[in-house]
Write a protein of this length. Structure first.
Length: 580
Protein backbone atom coordinates (compact mmCIF):
# COMPACT_ATOMS: atom_id res chain seq x y z
CA UNK A 1 0.00 0.00 0.00
CA UNK A 2 1.33 3.46 -0.99
CA UNK A 3 2.30 5.87 1.79
CA UNK A 4 -0.31 8.55 2.53
CA UNK A 5 0.22 12.22 1.67
CA UNK A 6 -1.34 15.27 3.31
CA UNK A 7 -1.67 18.78 1.94
CA UNK A 8 -0.92 21.32 4.68
CA UNK A 9 -1.66 25.00 4.10
CA UNK A 10 -1.84 28.30 5.94
CA UNK A 11 -4.24 30.87 4.48
CA UNK A 12 -5.60 34.33 5.02
CA UNK A 13 -8.11 36.17 2.82
CA UNK A 14 -7.57 33.83 -0.12
CA UNK A 15 -11.11 33.39 -1.42
CA UNK A 16 -10.01 34.37 -4.94
CA UNK A 17 -7.33 31.67 -5.21
CA UNK A 18 -8.15 28.89 -2.76
CA UNK A 19 -10.88 27.03 -4.74
CA UNK A 20 -8.64 26.44 -7.76
CA UNK A 21 -5.72 25.37 -5.56
CA UNK A 22 -7.78 22.82 -3.62
CA UNK A 23 -9.62 21.59 -6.70
CA UNK A 24 -6.32 20.75 -8.42
CA UNK A 25 -4.78 19.09 -5.35
CA UNK A 26 -7.73 17.25 -3.79
CA UNK A 27 -7.32 14.00 -5.77
CA UNK A 28 -3.54 13.97 -5.42
CA UNK A 29 -3.52 13.75 -1.61
CA UNK A 30 -5.19 11.67 1.10
CA UNK A 31 -5.69 14.45 3.66
CA UNK A 32 -6.10 18.23 3.64
CA UNK A 33 -5.19 20.39 6.65
CA UNK A 34 -5.84 24.13 6.46
CA UNK A 35 -4.92 26.70 9.10
CA UNK A 36 -6.53 30.13 8.81
CA UNK A 37 -4.62 33.04 10.34
CA UNK A 38 -7.41 35.63 10.45
CA UNK A 39 -9.40 35.76 7.21
CA UNK A 40 -12.17 38.32 6.84
CA UNK A 41 -13.56 36.97 3.59
CA UNK A 42 -15.02 33.57 2.58
CA UNK A 43 -11.73 31.67 2.87
CA UNK A 44 -12.81 29.48 5.83
CA UNK A 45 -16.17 28.71 4.22
CA UNK A 46 -14.41 27.59 1.04
CA UNK A 47 -11.85 25.51 2.94
CA UNK A 48 -14.62 23.59 4.75
CA UNK A 49 -16.03 22.45 1.42
CA UNK A 50 -12.87 20.42 0.91
CA UNK A 51 -11.93 19.25 4.40
CA UNK A 52 -13.18 19.09 7.97
CA UNK A 53 -9.65 19.75 9.24
CA UNK A 54 -9.81 23.54 9.26
CA UNK A 55 -8.14 25.26 12.21
CA UNK A 56 -7.54 28.80 13.42
CA UNK A 57 -4.22 30.25 14.54
CA UNK A 58 -3.71 33.85 15.70
CA UNK A 59 -1.22 35.60 13.43
CA UNK A 60 2.06 36.44 15.18
CA UNK A 61 4.20 37.74 12.27
CA UNK A 62 5.78 34.29 12.10
CA UNK A 63 5.14 32.08 9.07
CA UNK A 64 7.10 29.14 10.49
CA UNK A 65 5.02 29.06 13.67
CA UNK A 66 1.78 28.98 11.67
CA UNK A 67 3.02 26.24 9.35
CA UNK A 68 4.26 24.14 12.24
CA UNK A 69 0.83 24.45 13.86
CA UNK A 70 -0.63 22.96 10.67
CA UNK A 71 1.89 20.09 10.79
CA UNK A 72 0.72 19.20 14.29
CA UNK A 73 -2.68 18.24 12.84
CA UNK A 74 -1.36 16.05 10.01
CA UNK A 75 -1.91 12.28 10.30
CA UNK A 76 -0.44 11.18 6.94
CA UNK A 77 3.07 9.81 6.42
CA UNK A 78 4.17 12.59 4.03
CA UNK A 79 3.38 16.29 3.88
CA UNK A 80 3.03 18.57 0.85
CA UNK A 81 2.98 22.33 1.50
CA UNK A 82 1.34 24.75 -0.93
CA UNK A 83 0.27 28.38 -0.89
CA UNK A 84 -3.22 29.34 -2.02
CA UNK A 85 -1.96 31.08 -5.17
CA UNK A 86 -0.24 27.87 -6.35
CA UNK A 87 -1.53 25.00 -8.47
CA UNK A 88 -0.31 21.40 -8.36
CA UNK A 89 0.34 19.89 -11.80
CA UNK A 90 0.58 16.07 -11.80
CA UNK A 91 0.62 15.69 -15.59
CA UNK A 92 4.14 14.25 -15.68
CA UNK A 93 4.17 12.51 -12.29
CA UNK A 94 2.03 12.15 -9.19
CA UNK A 95 2.83 12.43 -5.51
CA UNK A 96 1.86 8.90 -4.50
CA UNK A 97 4.19 7.30 -7.05
CA UNK A 98 7.00 9.60 -5.98
CA UNK A 99 6.78 8.80 -2.27
CA UNK A 100 6.17 5.09 -2.92
CA UNK A 101 9.59 4.91 -4.59
CA UNK A 102 11.29 7.27 -2.13
CA UNK A 103 13.76 4.70 -0.87
CA UNK A 104 16.00 6.43 1.66
CA UNK A 105 14.77 9.92 0.78
CA UNK A 106 13.25 11.92 3.58
CA UNK A 107 12.22 14.88 1.41
CA UNK A 108 12.06 16.06 -2.20
CA UNK A 109 12.76 19.25 -4.05
CA UNK A 110 9.91 19.91 -6.46
CA UNK A 111 10.07 22.31 -9.43
CA UNK A 112 8.16 25.54 -8.81
CA UNK A 113 7.29 27.41 -12.00
CA UNK A 114 6.78 31.07 -11.24
CA UNK A 115 4.66 32.54 -14.04
CA UNK A 116 6.03 35.84 -15.30
CA UNK A 117 3.81 36.44 -18.34
CA UNK A 118 0.53 35.60 -19.99
CA UNK A 119 1.45 32.16 -21.37
CA UNK A 120 2.54 28.95 -19.70
CA UNK A 121 5.94 29.32 -21.40
CA UNK A 122 6.73 32.52 -19.51
CA UNK A 123 8.05 31.24 -16.22
CA UNK A 124 11.06 30.94 -13.98
CA UNK A 125 11.84 27.58 -12.45
CA UNK A 126 13.02 27.26 -8.86
CA UNK A 127 13.60 24.06 -6.85
CA UNK A 128 11.63 24.16 -3.58
CA UNK A 129 11.58 21.71 -0.69
CA UNK A 130 7.83 21.23 -0.29
CA UNK A 131 7.45 17.46 0.20
CA UNK A 132 8.84 15.68 3.26
CA UNK A 133 8.12 12.88 5.69
CA UNK A 134 5.85 13.71 8.62
CA UNK A 135 8.34 13.49 11.47
CA UNK A 136 8.60 15.70 14.57
CA UNK A 137 12.16 16.74 13.75
CA UNK A 138 11.13 18.18 10.39
CA UNK A 139 9.71 21.58 11.17
CA UNK A 140 9.83 25.02 9.59
CA UNK A 141 12.28 27.66 10.73
CA UNK A 142 12.28 31.41 10.20
CA UNK A 143 9.54 34.03 10.69
CA UNK A 144 9.53 34.79 6.94
CA UNK A 145 10.51 32.75 3.86
CA UNK A 146 10.41 29.82 6.23
CA UNK A 147 12.16 26.56 5.36
CA UNK A 148 12.31 22.96 6.48
CA UNK A 149 15.95 22.16 7.23
CA UNK A 150 17.26 18.60 6.79
CA UNK A 151 20.76 18.17 8.15
CA UNK A 152 21.61 15.13 6.01
CA UNK A 153 21.54 16.39 2.43
CA UNK A 154 21.92 12.91 1.00
CA UNK A 155 18.39 12.15 2.16
CA UNK A 156 16.89 14.91 0.00
CA UNK A 157 15.84 13.86 -3.48
CA UNK A 158 15.28 16.00 -6.57
CA UNK A 159 12.09 15.34 -8.53
CA UNK A 160 11.11 16.66 -11.96
CA UNK A 161 7.39 16.16 -11.24
CA UNK A 162 4.85 17.01 -10.02
CA UNK A 163 5.21 20.70 -10.79
CA UNK A 164 3.95 23.58 -8.65
CA UNK A 165 2.71 26.56 -10.66
CA UNK A 166 2.78 29.94 -8.91
CA UNK A 167 0.30 32.33 -10.44
CA UNK A 168 1.27 36.00 -10.86
CA UNK A 169 -0.32 38.42 -8.43
CA UNK A 170 -1.79 41.79 -9.29
CA UNK A 171 0.54 44.76 -9.00
CA UNK A 172 -1.36 45.99 -5.95
CA UNK A 173 -1.13 42.61 -4.20
CA UNK A 174 2.57 42.28 -5.02
CA UNK A 175 3.30 45.70 -3.53
CA UNK A 176 1.29 44.86 -0.41
CA UNK A 177 3.18 41.62 0.15
CA UNK A 178 6.55 43.20 -0.55
CA UNK A 179 5.86 45.90 2.02
CA UNK A 180 4.86 43.28 4.58
CA UNK A 181 7.93 41.16 3.76
CA UNK A 182 10.32 44.08 4.07
CA UNK A 183 9.07 44.80 7.57
CA UNK A 184 9.42 41.18 8.67
CA UNK A 185 12.86 40.83 7.07
CA UNK A 186 14.19 43.96 8.74
CA UNK A 187 13.09 42.70 12.13
CA UNK A 188 14.59 39.27 11.47
CA UNK A 189 17.90 40.82 10.33
CA UNK A 190 18.03 43.00 13.41
CA UNK A 191 18.07 39.80 15.46
CA UNK A 192 20.39 37.91 13.08
CA UNK A 193 22.36 40.46 11.00
CA UNK A 194 24.86 37.96 9.58
CA UNK A 195 22.26 35.61 8.11
CA UNK A 196 22.96 35.47 4.32
CA UNK A 197 19.63 33.82 3.58
CA UNK A 198 17.74 36.76 5.06
CA UNK A 199 19.96 39.09 3.04
CA UNK A 200 19.09 37.11 -0.09
CA UNK A 201 15.38 37.58 0.47
CA UNK A 202 15.86 41.25 1.34
CA UNK A 203 17.65 41.71 -1.98
CA UNK A 204 14.80 39.96 -3.81
CA UNK A 205 12.26 42.36 -2.30
CA UNK A 206 14.30 45.47 -3.12
CA UNK A 207 14.90 44.30 -6.68
CA UNK A 208 11.21 43.52 -7.08
CA UNK A 209 10.47 47.11 -6.09
CA UNK A 210 12.91 48.38 -8.72
CA UNK A 211 15.51 49.45 -6.15
CA UNK A 212 18.57 47.85 -7.73
CA UNK A 213 21.02 50.01 -5.79
CA UNK A 214 19.51 48.80 -2.48
CA UNK A 215 19.48 45.17 -3.63
CA UNK A 216 23.02 45.11 -5.00
CA UNK A 217 25.00 44.86 -1.70
CA UNK A 218 22.69 42.07 -0.52
CA UNK A 219 23.45 39.88 -3.52
CA UNK A 220 27.16 40.76 -3.51
CA UNK A 221 27.41 39.49 0.04
CA UNK A 222 25.36 36.36 -0.66
CA UNK A 223 27.57 35.50 -3.63
CA UNK A 224 30.67 36.02 -1.55
CA UNK A 225 29.58 34.09 1.54
CA UNK A 226 27.58 31.12 0.23
CA UNK A 227 29.24 28.01 -1.18
CA UNK A 228 28.03 25.44 -3.69
CA UNK A 229 26.51 23.63 -0.75
CA UNK A 230 23.81 26.31 -0.85
CA UNK A 231 23.30 26.30 -4.62
CA UNK A 232 19.56 26.87 -4.21
CA UNK A 233 20.37 30.38 -3.03
CA UNK A 234 23.74 31.08 -4.59
CA UNK A 235 22.70 30.37 -8.19
CA UNK A 236 19.72 32.75 -8.30
CA UNK A 237 21.67 35.31 -6.24
CA UNK A 238 24.30 35.41 -9.00
CA UNK A 239 21.64 36.11 -11.62
CA UNK A 240 19.98 38.74 -9.44
CA UNK A 241 23.39 40.36 -8.97
CA UNK A 242 23.80 40.52 -12.75
CA UNK A 243 20.30 42.00 -13.04
CA UNK A 244 21.17 44.71 -10.49
CA UNK A 245 24.37 45.67 -12.28
CA UNK A 246 22.55 45.71 -15.61
CA UNK A 247 19.81 47.96 -14.22
CA UNK A 248 22.51 50.32 -12.96
CA UNK A 249 24.19 50.22 -16.42
CA UNK A 250 27.37 48.72 -14.96
CA UNK A 251 27.65 46.35 -17.90
CA UNK A 252 31.33 45.48 -17.67
CA UNK A 253 31.02 44.48 -14.01
CA UNK A 254 27.97 42.36 -14.86
CA UNK A 255 29.89 40.65 -17.67
CA UNK A 256 32.76 39.87 -15.30
CA UNK A 257 30.29 38.13 -13.00
CA UNK A 258 28.85 36.12 -15.92
CA UNK A 259 32.30 35.08 -17.08
CA UNK A 260 33.56 34.07 -13.62
CA UNK A 261 30.42 32.18 -12.69
CA UNK A 262 30.06 30.43 -16.06
CA UNK A 263 33.55 29.00 -15.53
CA UNK A 264 32.38 27.77 -12.13
CA UNK A 265 29.06 26.44 -13.47
CA UNK A 266 29.60 25.53 -17.14
CA UNK A 267 26.20 23.79 -17.23
CA UNK A 268 24.32 26.90 -16.11
CA UNK A 269 22.59 27.95 -19.33
CA UNK A 270 21.13 31.15 -17.94
CA UNK A 271 24.53 32.73 -17.28
CA UNK A 272 25.43 32.43 -20.96
CA UNK A 273 22.07 33.91 -21.92
CA UNK A 274 22.56 36.81 -19.47
CA UNK A 275 26.03 37.43 -20.87
CA UNK A 276 24.62 37.46 -24.40
CA UNK A 277 22.00 40.06 -23.43
CA UNK A 278 24.70 42.27 -21.88
CA UNK A 279 26.91 42.13 -24.98
CA UNK A 280 23.84 42.79 -27.13
CA UNK A 281 23.01 45.91 -25.12
CA UNK A 282 26.60 47.09 -25.51
CA UNK A 283 26.24 46.72 -29.30
CA UNK A 284 28.85 43.92 -29.47
CA UNK A 285 26.67 41.63 -31.54
CA UNK A 286 29.32 39.16 -32.75
CA UNK A 287 30.34 38.34 -29.18
CA UNK A 288 26.70 38.21 -28.09
CA UNK A 289 26.03 35.61 -30.80
CA UNK A 290 28.68 33.32 -29.30
CA UNK A 291 27.15 33.57 -25.82
CA UNK A 292 23.60 32.88 -27.06
CA UNK A 293 24.88 29.94 -29.10
CA UNK A 294 26.55 28.53 -25.99
CA UNK A 295 23.24 28.82 -24.14
CA UNK A 296 21.63 26.72 -26.87
CA UNK A 297 24.45 24.18 -26.62
CA UNK A 298 23.99 23.85 -22.85
CA UNK A 299 20.32 22.91 -22.99
CA UNK A 300 18.14 23.06 -19.89
CA UNK A 301 20.27 23.27 -16.71
CA UNK A 302 19.98 20.75 -13.85
CA UNK A 303 16.97 21.18 -11.57
CA UNK A 304 18.93 22.64 -8.66
CA UNK A 305 19.71 25.74 -10.73
CA UNK A 306 17.13 28.52 -10.83
CA UNK A 307 16.21 28.81 -14.48
CA UNK A 308 14.29 31.10 -16.84
CA UNK A 309 12.37 28.96 -19.28
CA UNK A 310 13.52 29.49 -22.86
CA UNK A 311 17.13 30.55 -22.28
CA UNK A 312 18.01 27.11 -23.63
CA UNK A 313 15.74 27.56 -26.65
CA UNK A 314 13.32 30.15 -27.95
CA UNK A 315 14.70 33.15 -26.01
CA UNK A 316 18.26 32.60 -27.25
CA UNK A 317 16.98 31.93 -30.79
CA UNK A 318 15.08 35.20 -30.76
CA UNK A 319 18.10 37.17 -29.59
CA UNK A 320 20.30 35.45 -32.18
CA UNK A 321 17.88 36.66 -34.83
CA UNK A 322 18.07 40.19 -33.47
CA UNK A 323 21.88 40.21 -33.38
CA UNK A 324 22.15 38.92 -36.95
CA UNK A 325 19.61 41.54 -38.06
CA UNK A 326 21.67 44.30 -36.46
CA UNK A 327 24.70 43.00 -38.36
CA UNK A 328 22.78 43.19 -41.65
CA UNK A 329 22.37 39.43 -42.08
CA UNK A 330 18.67 39.51 -42.87
CA UNK A 331 18.40 35.92 -44.11
CA UNK A 332 20.09 34.58 -40.99
CA UNK A 333 17.90 36.77 -38.83
CA UNK A 334 14.78 35.46 -40.55
CA UNK A 335 15.88 31.86 -39.97
CA UNK A 336 16.43 32.39 -36.25
CA UNK A 337 13.13 34.22 -35.82
CA UNK A 338 11.35 31.32 -37.50
CA UNK A 339 13.16 28.81 -35.28
CA UNK A 340 12.14 30.79 -32.20
CA UNK A 341 8.49 30.73 -33.31
CA UNK A 342 8.69 26.99 -33.92
CA UNK A 343 10.27 26.37 -30.51
CA UNK A 344 7.50 28.29 -28.69
CA UNK A 345 4.46 29.20 -30.83
CA UNK A 346 3.00 31.19 -27.91
CA UNK A 347 6.00 33.57 -27.78
CA UNK A 348 5.00 36.44 -30.12
CA UNK A 349 8.05 38.71 -30.19
CA UNK A 350 9.86 36.97 -33.08
CA UNK A 351 6.72 37.58 -35.15
CA UNK A 352 6.96 41.33 -34.48
CA UNK A 353 10.61 41.32 -35.50
CA UNK A 354 9.86 39.30 -38.64
CA UNK A 355 7.15 41.76 -39.59
CA UNK A 356 9.40 44.81 -39.21
CA UNK A 357 12.24 43.09 -41.06
CA UNK A 358 10.10 42.07 -44.03
CA UNK A 359 8.04 45.26 -44.06
CA UNK A 360 11.13 47.45 -44.35
CA UNK A 361 13.20 45.25 -46.68
CA UNK A 362 10.61 43.68 -48.98
CA UNK A 363 7.58 45.94 -48.64
CA UNK A 364 4.11 45.43 -47.15
CA UNK A 365 2.59 43.23 -49.88
CA UNK A 366 5.64 40.99 -50.09
CA UNK A 367 5.57 40.69 -46.30
CA UNK A 368 1.95 39.54 -46.41
CA UNK A 369 2.79 36.99 -49.11
CA UNK A 370 5.64 35.68 -46.99
CA UNK A 371 3.49 35.20 -43.91
CA UNK A 372 0.81 33.47 -45.96
CA UNK A 373 3.31 31.12 -47.65
CA UNK A 374 5.07 30.38 -44.36
CA UNK A 375 1.74 29.31 -42.83
CA UNK A 376 1.57 32.00 -40.16
CA UNK A 377 -1.84 33.20 -41.30
CA UNK A 378 -3.19 29.72 -40.59
CA UNK A 379 -2.66 30.30 -36.86
CA UNK A 380 -5.48 32.50 -35.48
CA UNK A 381 -3.32 34.11 -32.79
CA UNK A 382 -0.50 34.95 -35.20
CA UNK A 383 -2.92 36.17 -37.86
CA UNK A 384 -4.49 38.50 -35.29
CA UNK A 385 -1.09 39.92 -34.32
CA UNK A 386 -0.10 40.43 -37.96
CA UNK A 387 -3.44 42.05 -38.74
CA UNK A 388 -2.87 44.54 -35.92
CA UNK A 389 0.66 45.24 -37.18
CA UNK A 390 -0.45 45.87 -40.76
CA UNK A 391 -3.21 48.10 -39.48
CA UNK A 392 -0.87 50.11 -37.25
CA UNK A 393 1.52 50.45 -40.18
CA UNK A 394 -1.24 52.16 -42.20
CA UNK A 395 -2.40 49.24 -44.36
CA UNK A 396 -5.91 48.31 -43.22
CA UNK A 397 -6.58 46.44 -46.46
CA UNK A 398 -3.61 44.13 -45.78
CA UNK A 399 -4.68 43.76 -42.16
CA UNK A 400 -8.05 42.64 -43.42
CA UNK A 401 -6.43 40.16 -45.82
CA UNK A 402 -4.20 38.78 -43.07
CA UNK A 403 -7.18 38.00 -40.90
CA UNK A 404 -9.63 36.66 -43.46
CA UNK A 405 -8.15 33.17 -43.68
CA UNK A 406 -8.70 32.46 -39.98
CA UNK A 407 -11.68 34.67 -39.13
CA UNK A 408 -14.05 32.42 -41.08
CA UNK A 409 -13.51 29.37 -38.87
CA UNK A 410 -16.45 30.02 -36.57
CA UNK A 411 -14.40 32.00 -34.05
CA UNK A 412 -16.40 34.93 -32.63
CA UNK A 413 -13.21 36.76 -31.70
CA UNK A 414 -11.99 36.42 -35.29
CA UNK A 415 -15.24 37.85 -36.67
CA UNK A 416 -15.06 40.71 -34.15
CA UNK A 417 -11.54 41.65 -35.22
CA UNK A 418 -12.40 41.29 -38.90
CA UNK A 419 -15.45 43.53 -38.48
CA UNK A 420 -13.28 46.16 -36.81
CA UNK A 421 -10.79 46.08 -39.67
CA UNK A 422 -13.50 46.21 -42.34
CA UNK A 423 -14.80 49.50 -40.91
CA UNK A 424 -11.48 51.19 -41.62
CA UNK A 425 -10.45 49.18 -44.68
CA UNK A 426 -13.08 50.78 -46.88
CA UNK A 427 -15.79 48.13 -46.46
CA UNK A 428 -18.25 49.44 -43.85
CA UNK A 429 -21.13 47.41 -45.34
CA UNK A 430 -19.22 44.18 -44.76
CA UNK A 431 -18.46 45.29 -41.21
CA UNK A 432 -22.15 45.87 -40.49
CA UNK A 433 -22.98 42.43 -41.92
CA UNK A 434 -20.43 40.76 -39.65
CA UNK A 435 -21.73 42.60 -36.59
CA UNK A 436 -25.30 41.58 -37.42
CA UNK A 437 -24.09 37.99 -37.70
CA UNK A 438 -22.51 38.19 -34.26
CA UNK A 439 -25.77 39.45 -32.77
CA UNK A 440 -27.78 36.71 -34.49
CA UNK A 441 -25.34 34.15 -33.08
CA UNK A 442 -26.07 35.44 -29.57
CA UNK A 443 -22.81 37.36 -29.12
CA UNK A 444 -23.16 40.78 -27.51
CA UNK A 445 -20.68 43.12 -29.25
CA UNK A 446 -18.29 44.85 -26.90
CA UNK A 447 -18.38 48.67 -26.63
CA UNK A 448 -15.43 49.08 -28.99
CA UNK A 449 -17.20 47.10 -31.70
CA UNK A 450 -20.46 49.04 -31.24
CA UNK A 451 -18.38 52.21 -31.61
CA UNK A 452 -16.97 50.78 -34.86
CA UNK A 453 -20.51 49.98 -35.99
CA UNK A 454 -21.60 53.56 -35.38
CA UNK A 455 -18.59 54.84 -37.34
CA UNK A 456 -19.48 52.52 -40.23
CA UNK A 457 -23.01 53.92 -40.24
CA UNK A 458 -21.70 57.50 -40.17
CA UNK A 459 -19.46 56.74 -43.13
CA UNK A 460 -22.50 55.51 -45.03
CA UNK A 461 -24.46 58.61 -44.06
CA UNK A 462 -27.04 56.65 -42.04
CA UNK A 463 -27.13 59.03 -39.08
CA UNK A 464 -30.36 57.72 -37.50
CA UNK A 465 -28.97 54.18 -37.27
CA UNK A 466 -25.66 55.54 -35.97
CA UNK A 467 -27.58 57.46 -33.30
CA UNK A 468 -29.39 54.26 -32.28
CA UNK A 469 -26.03 52.49 -31.90
CA UNK A 470 -24.73 55.37 -29.78
CA UNK A 471 -27.82 55.29 -27.56
CA UNK A 472 -27.30 51.54 -27.01
CA UNK A 473 -23.90 52.45 -25.57
CA UNK A 474 -25.53 55.04 -23.28
CA UNK A 475 -27.48 52.22 -21.66
CA UNK A 476 -24.15 50.62 -20.64
CA UNK A 477 -22.66 52.72 -17.81
CA UNK A 478 -19.07 51.71 -18.59
CA UNK A 479 -19.50 52.93 -22.20
CA UNK A 480 -21.27 56.26 -21.71
CA UNK A 481 -18.19 58.27 -22.65
CA UNK A 482 -18.30 56.50 -26.03
CA UNK A 483 -21.97 57.37 -26.41
CA UNK A 484 -21.27 61.02 -25.64
CA UNK A 485 -18.45 61.16 -28.18
CA UNK A 486 -20.61 59.68 -30.93
CA UNK A 487 -23.74 61.69 -30.10
CA UNK A 488 -21.77 64.93 -30.04
CA UNK A 489 -20.16 64.13 -33.38
CA UNK A 490 -23.53 63.18 -34.89
CA UNK A 491 -25.07 66.39 -33.59
CA UNK A 492 -22.40 68.38 -35.40
CA UNK A 493 -22.71 66.33 -38.59
CA UNK A 494 -26.46 66.88 -38.64
CA UNK A 495 -25.85 70.62 -38.97
CA UNK A 496 -24.32 73.31 -36.85
CA UNK A 497 -21.99 73.01 -33.85
CA UNK A 498 -22.16 69.97 -31.59
CA UNK A 499 -24.91 70.40 -29.05
CA UNK A 500 -24.44 67.16 -27.07
CA UNK A 501 -21.60 68.08 -24.75
CA UNK A 502 -20.18 65.91 -21.99
CA UNK A 503 -19.81 67.10 -18.43
CA UNK A 504 -16.29 68.25 -17.64
CA UNK A 505 -15.11 65.09 -15.77
CA UNK A 506 -15.91 63.03 -18.88
CA UNK A 507 -14.19 65.33 -21.40
CA UNK A 508 -10.79 63.50 -21.36
CA UNK A 509 -12.48 60.12 -22.00
CA UNK A 510 -14.64 61.57 -24.79
CA UNK A 511 -11.61 63.19 -26.41
CA UNK A 512 -9.73 59.86 -26.24
CA UNK A 513 -12.54 58.09 -28.11
CA UNK A 514 -12.61 60.76 -30.81
CA UNK A 515 -8.82 60.69 -31.23
CA UNK A 516 -8.88 56.89 -31.52
CA UNK A 517 -11.41 57.12 -34.40
CA UNK A 518 -9.40 59.97 -35.95
CA UNK A 519 -6.21 57.92 -35.91
CA UNK A 520 -7.92 55.00 -37.64
CA UNK A 521 -9.60 57.20 -40.24
CA UNK A 522 -6.22 58.68 -41.18
CA UNK A 523 -5.08 55.19 -42.19
CA UNK A 524 -7.80 54.96 -44.85
CA UNK A 525 -7.11 53.06 -48.09
CA UNK A 526 -6.70 55.10 -51.33
CA UNK A 527 -9.83 56.28 -53.07
CA UNK A 528 -12.05 56.47 -49.97
CA UNK A 529 -12.85 60.17 -49.44
CA UNK A 530 -15.40 59.53 -46.66
CA UNK A 531 -12.60 58.81 -44.19
CA UNK A 532 -10.64 62.09 -44.53
CA UNK A 533 -13.94 63.99 -44.44
CA UNK A 534 -14.88 62.30 -41.15
CA UNK A 535 -11.36 62.95 -39.82
CA UNK A 536 -11.82 66.65 -40.56
CA UNK A 537 -15.17 66.74 -38.76
CA UNK A 538 -13.65 65.03 -35.71
CA UNK A 539 -10.85 67.61 -35.51
CA UNK A 540 -13.37 70.45 -35.87
CA UNK A 541 -15.51 68.93 -33.12
CA UNK A 542 -12.52 68.62 -30.79
CA UNK A 543 -11.61 72.26 -31.42
CA UNK A 544 -15.08 73.43 -30.40
CA UNK A 545 -15.54 70.88 -27.60
CA UNK A 546 -13.53 72.59 -24.86
CA UNK A 547 -10.03 73.84 -24.05
CA UNK A 548 -9.22 70.28 -22.98
CA UNK A 549 -10.32 69.03 -26.42
CA UNK A 550 -8.04 71.56 -28.12
CA UNK A 551 -5.13 70.51 -25.90
CA UNK A 552 -5.73 66.82 -26.61
CA UNK A 553 -5.81 67.44 -30.38
CA UNK A 554 -2.65 69.57 -30.30
CA UNK A 555 -0.80 66.91 -28.28
CA UNK A 556 -1.95 64.23 -30.73
CA UNK A 557 -0.77 66.24 -33.76
CA UNK A 558 2.57 66.96 -32.09
CA UNK A 559 3.07 63.23 -31.54
CA UNK A 560 2.22 62.54 -35.19
CA UNK A 561 4.68 65.19 -36.34
CA UNK A 562 7.38 63.79 -34.06
CA UNK A 563 6.84 60.28 -35.41
CA UNK A 564 7.13 61.62 -38.97
CA UNK A 565 10.37 63.43 -38.12
CA UNK A 566 11.84 60.23 -36.68
CA UNK A 567 10.79 58.29 -39.78
CA UNK A 568 12.39 60.83 -42.10
CA UNK A 569 15.53 60.93 -40.00
CA UNK A 570 15.82 57.14 -40.09
CA UNK A 571 15.38 57.12 -43.86
CA UNK A 572 17.29 60.22 -44.95
CA UNK A 573 19.61 61.01 -42.07
CA UNK A 574 19.74 64.16 -39.89
CA UNK A 575 17.13 66.81 -40.54
CA UNK A 576 19.59 69.21 -42.11
CA UNK A 577 20.12 66.84 -45.04
CA UNK A 578 16.55 66.83 -46.31
CA UNK A 579 15.06 70.16 -45.25
CA UNK A 580 15.03 72.46 -48.37
Amino acid sequence: MSPTVALAMIVRNEEAYLPACLERARNAVDEVVIVDTGSRDRTVEIARRYTSKVYHYPWQDDFAAARNYALEHVDSEWVLCLDADELLDTTDGDLRSLVADAGGCEAFFLPLHNLTGETSGDFQRFPVLRLFRNRPEYRFRGPIHEQVILERRETVGVATAPVIWHRPLSGRERRRKRGRNLGLLRRALAADPDNPFLLYYLGVEWLGLGRAARALPCFERVRRELTDGHLLFRAPAVRYLVACLRALERYDEALCVCLEESLRYPEYTDLFFDGGVLFEEKGEYEVAIKWFQEALNCGRPPLLFAHTNGTEGFLSLYHLGYCHEKLGRTQKAREFYERALAANPAYPYPLYSLFLLLFTTAGPKAALDYFRTAGHLGHPERAAILADLFFEAGHPELADAALKDTATEGRPDGHTRLAHLCVYAGRPDEARSLIRGLREAGTCPDPQLVTDEAVALILKGDYPAARAAALSLWRRPEARHRALALLGLLSRLAGGPGRCRPEKPREPEVAAVLLDVLEKCLRHPPGTPAYPRLAGEIMAFLLELSPQGVTALCYYLEKKAGALRHLLADKYGPAGRFVP
